[in-house]
Design a protein around this ligand. Structure first.
Ligand SMILES: [Zn+2]
Length: 145
């Protein structure tokens, strides 16, 4: 989302304006602080999986793919089902195709933590799925149809 700085008055004269809505979303004492705040907001938005387009592409040469620039998460359901990376289901509630859930959670984790190493994304995925309720799992599945 684009922002700009507007010079107002008072103790925090540098107002941050959301250009899409025209609303003031915050204010800072200095221009530098306002610029920093815009940077944080922009980062937080690009790390938000809700802003991503989710696509099922069964011709993808990978299990899943995340494009941080184009903001898309692609999942190859067919590959996850036919060639599971894990020997046994890593979660007991996802009776059907637990591998697909693994791929989804993995890719979403890349979006939230773009700098995290592959190895650590795998570890986190396993941990996150273990803690997920059946409803949360369903939610993840349902976003990819
Ligand atoms: Zn990965």
């Amino acid at each position: 989302m684009p922002y700009r700085i507007r010079h107002g008055s008072g103790a925090k004269p540098f107002q941050i304006v959301n250009l899409l809505t025209g609303k003031v979303v915050g204010s800072s004492a200095t221009r530098q602080a306002a610029q920093g705040s815009i940077g944080h907001r922009t980062d937080a938005e690009s790390n938000n999986p809700k802003a991503y387009k989710r696509v099922v592409n069964n011709k993808l040469p990978y299990y899943g793919e995340t494009d941080l620039g184009k903001k898309t998460i692609k999942i190859n359901k067919s590959m996850s089902k036919k060639h599971p990376v894990h020997k046994r289901p890593i979660n007991k509630h996802a009776k059907k195709y637990p591998e697909v859930l693994d791929t989804i959670v993995h890719e979403v984790h890349h979006v939230i933590h773009p700098k995290k190493l592959e190895k650590n994304v795998r570890k986190a995925t396993k941990r996150l799925i273990k803690k997920m309720s059946p409803g949360q799992k369903r939610k993840h599945y349902n976003l990819f149809k």
